[in-house]
Each structure stands twice: as C-alpha cells, then as structure tokens.
Design a protein around this ligand. Structure first.
Ligand SMILES: Cc1cc2nc3c(=O)[nH]c(=O)nc-3n(C[C@H](O)[C@H](O)[C@H](O)COP(=O)(O)OP(=O)(O)OC[C@H]3O[C@@H](n4cnc5c(N)ncnc54)[C@H](O)[C@@H]3O)c2cc1C
Length: 453
C-alpha cells in the first residue's frame, strides 16, 4: 500500500524535533484566541479559526529553525505573545503554526534604555527597570500578561502616554530586531524612524526578536481617585490637569455608570459621583488636590502600589483604558465598545453633546494623553450591543460629528485604526516575509501577486 504523503504542517512538525510543539486540539483552540470576544461581530467571524500546531521556541536558535521550516514547507505563521490583543490580531485566519514567544524573555537594563526580547512580559521589564531606579515610558493596562513584542506589533500606547506620548512617537522605541521568514532566516536591525516598518503591523512582516526601549528615572507614583458631582466636571478637570505642569502617568475620567462594575472599589466609587482615576507623582499630590477642589471635586484615595495591593483595591490603571470594558463584560455581556479620538483642541462641549445624544446606549470614559507632540483625548466607551447594523449607525454618526473612530470590530490593520495601507510596511514584508505566510488576512496591502514562489 502506498504511504500517504505528509502534510506541510506534519513536515514542519517533523523538522522541529527537540523543540516544544503541541497539537492537542483543545490547547490549539485556546491559543488561537485573543480578546476579540469584546466584539460580538468578531466573535461570530472568528469562532472557528484555529491553528494546526503550537510551537514554543526557548531561544533565538530554536526560533530560527521554526521560521526556516515554516518558510520551506510554506506553512502560515501567527506570532503570539500574551494573546491580549483586541481585534483577533493573533487569531490564525488560515490555520498553520502559532509561535508563542513567552520563553524569549531576557531583559538587560542600561542607563536610559533597556534591551528586551520579544516575549518579555511588560511587568517584568518594569520591575527590572525599577530595581535600577528607572521605569518604562508606557504600558497597556494588561501589564501583567502582555509582552513587549505584542505591544509593539499590536499596541498603540496607554498608561504613561500622558507624559511620553504613544509608541509611534520618536525616541520611545529606538531599535527593533526582526527575523525574516525565509528558508535561511536573517536578522534585520531597524533603527529610528525605520521601526515604523513593523510597529502595529500585527506580525504580518517579520518576527520581532528583540528591541531597545527608552527608560526614564522612576517616579514615586500614587494611585488616585477623585470624585465629582457631574461628568462634565471630570472632563473640565481633565482638560486642566493634562498640562505639562502636573507629573501624571495616567488621567482618566469615568462615568458613574461604571461603579457597579468596579465593586472591588467599594465606597471609593459609587453610583452617586463621577470619577477621575490617575497616577500622580507623590510630590505633586497637593497640587493635584487643589486643582480637583477648584473643579468642585474631592480626592478620596491616594495610595502607593503596596497599599493598593494590601487593601485588595484595583490599581488606577485597571480602572482605565480598555480594562473598563473587561470589568463591565465580566458582569454584563450585553456591552461592547468603540475606540474614539477627539479632534484637537479637545472641546468639553463636543464630548458632552455625545454623552447627551446617546444617553444610556453609551457609557463613557475619556483618556487624556499626549500623542504626536500634542495633548489628545481618546475614549473607549462601552456601547450597548443591539446588532452590527446599529453599531455601524453609531460609528457613522460619531464620525459625522467630527470625532475619529478606530473601528474595533474589523480584523485588518487598515479597516481599524490605520485607515490606509502603509506602503513602507508592505515593502518591508516583501523582504521579511517574501512568501506571504505571516498572519494572512490581516493586511489589505498584501495581494497574491506579491507572493514570491
Ligand atoms: C483589558 C485590555 C486592556 C488593553 N489596554 C491597552 C492599552 O492601554 N494600550 C494598548 O495599546 N493596547 C491595549 N490592549 C491591547 C493589548 O493588550 C496590548 O496591545 C498588548 O500589548 C498586546 O500584547 P500581547 O503580548 O498580548 O500581544 P498579542 O495579543 O499576543 O499579539 C498582538 C499582535 O502582535 C503580534 N506579535 C506578537 N509577538 C510578535 C513578534 N514577536 N513579532 C511580530 N509580531 C508579533 C501578534 O501576531 C498580534 O498580531 C488592551 C487589551 C485588553 C484586553
């Protein structure tokens, strides 16, 4: 009887003898998911997507063997760090191999910067920096689960952005090393503005192996909650507080409707007040409190990390950014979310007009930040999900009012935040992924005619 030919994935598997591989269907299903389930639209679209093989290289040499085997046998590859991305970024659309990076996690702290491997959990980097009196510039609220490589490949900014801008801002990430997906993989070094070739490319154009990120002297931060009588007052306070005078790492205003989802905060946040969550330098707490009082509010909590942990309270950053959505969805799956960028300069009246127009259909929080050199206000509001059509109507209406929408219910880079095809990223894909195997389906810029045989 004629022996059956091995599939390309089986050939890869065979070529990776000695490297940690898993083909258990249950494990593959869970490693093929990320946090796209925030979106009912994406949940329906991606529910059946799964990979054929999970590979966990323990060092760069093993990674090189995996990249080579996948290139030689033309098997699709999806990189996975912590799997906390929101748009199905690391969901394999066309099966193949998942490469999990968590074992590539070395960190070296220098003065003013750190060299870090892709799979390093961001919190590990922050702790290593703090041990030497420094801190990282920014992190997503998924600090304890997300990797640096995933943040660069899939993220935007977050806690710290109010001080240092977003990942894209010059000087925040100074070097990225990328492994190509070829039969003989190469390491390519990107410096300065060239790092944009792989930043926010969803792992479609090369395997990030290592990067250099800037560090700054560590501050003594306090988690702060201030309460106000109206949501408008929180926004007016935010507008006043986001000036360079106050050393802040986080500044978020949150509507009182979130209180039932933040039960761990008990009396610190209840449904009769709107709140501001902040990280403020200890030495400036007095200034912060005075500004709060000028806007009719009151600081009800100011604690160190250790005090927050001892009191079993939530860190301020878990009450902000996309953690708000997570907290709400844990209690009520009827919500989904949107991602908005307000035009500059921020107009409180415009934000309040949206609050009034959508009533109970949208629950608001606003993130005060710095991006591309200017103070900017973003919002990641909860939206009561009725159906995809109503979601589109809301998006269209908000856009018509002049507020930018980064669609969180689509899977390509371009349909989401970026809007246009980044030709520099596509040109780099020709070099780093000539066979078009990396995270297929996630960029509109790559077409079948570009594939090198
Ligand atoms: C509750 C919550 C809060 C969040 N808050 C924020 C926030 O404040 N700011 C923000 O920017 N994001 C935020 N996110 C999104 C996400 O957590 C971050 O972007 C995070 O940094 C992603 O890291 P990860 O390791 O989980 O990446 P993953 O989800 O594993 O991967 C993300 C993308 O990067 C690619 N990738 C991973 N490793 C590599 C590599 N080595 N080479 C090439 N590509 C690679 C993947 O293929 C995927 O496309 C949030 C998500 C959740 C669920």
């Amino acid at each position: 009887m004629k022996a059956q030919a091995m599939t390309p994935v089986e050939q890869v598997h065979q070529a990776l003898r000695g490297i940690e591989c898993h083909d258990d269907p249950g494990l593959l299903r869970s490693k093929s998911k990320d946090f796209h389930w925030y979106s009912p639209v994406l949940s329906a679209l991606l529910q059946d997507k799964t990979a054929d093989l999970l590979v966990i290289p323990k060092d760069v040499e093993e990674l090189r063997r995996v990249a080579s085997a996948c290139a030689r046998f033309r098997v699709n590859v999806t990189l996975r760090g912590g799997g906390t991305g929101n748009y199905g970024q690391c969901v394999p659309m066309a099966r193949g191999v998942i490469i999990e990076t968590l074992k590539l996690n070395a960190v070296t702290v220098h003065s003013g910067c750190a060299t870090v491997q892709t799979g390093c959990i961001i919190e590990k980097l922050e702790l290593a920096a703090r041990a030497q009196g420094q801190e990282i510039l920014m992190f997503p609220s998924t600090l304890t689960d997300a990797t640096m490589g995933g943040f660069i490949a899939g993220g935007f900014g977050g806690v710290g952005s109010i001080r240092h801008g977003v990942l894209k801002d010059p000087g925040n990430v100074t070097r990225i090393q990328v492994m190509t997906l070829e039969a003989t993989p190469r390491l390519v070094e990107l410096h300065g503005a060239d790092i944009q070739k792989v930043h926010h490319a969803f792992g479609t154009n090369g395997i990030i192996t290592e990067m250099d990120v800037k560090l700054v002297p560590a501050e003594d931060w306090r988690h702060v909650i201030a309460l106000f009588d109206s949501y408008e007052a929180t926004l007016r306070f935010g507008e006043a507080a986001m000036t360079p005078g106050l050393p802040l790492r986080l500044l978020t205003s949150v509507e009182r409707g979130f209180a039932p989802y933040y039960t761990a905060l008990g009396d610190y946040f209840s449904e009769d007040k709107d709140a501001v969550f902040a990280l403020c330098a200890a030495a400036s707490l007095g200034d912060f409190e005075r500004l709060v009082a000028q806007h009719g509010g009151r600081v009800v909590l100011a604690m160190t990390d250790a005090e927050i942990a001892a009191a079993h309270l939530l860190p301020a950053y878990e009450c902000a950014y996309n953690h708000t959505t997570l907290m709400a969805l844990k209690k009520d799956r009827a919500w989904t979310y949107m991602q908005l960028a307000f035009p500059q300069p921020f107009q409180v009246a415009q934000a309040m007009a949206l609050v009034a127009e959508f009533g109970h259909e949208i629950l608001w929080h606003h993130e005060f930040s710095l991006a591309y050199g200017s103070y900017s206000v973003f919002a990641i509001p909860l939206v009561s999900f009725f159906d995809a059509e109503r979601l589109t109507e809301i998006k269209d209406r908000i856009e018509a009012l002049g507020v930018g929408v980064f669609d969180a219910h689509v899977i390509t880079i371009e349909d989401g935040g970026m809007k246009t095809i980044d030709s520099a990223q596509i040109d780099f894909k020709r070099i780093a992924d000539p066979h078009g195997l990396m995270n297929p389906g996630k960029t509109r810029g790559w077409t079948p005619d570009m594939v090198q045989p």
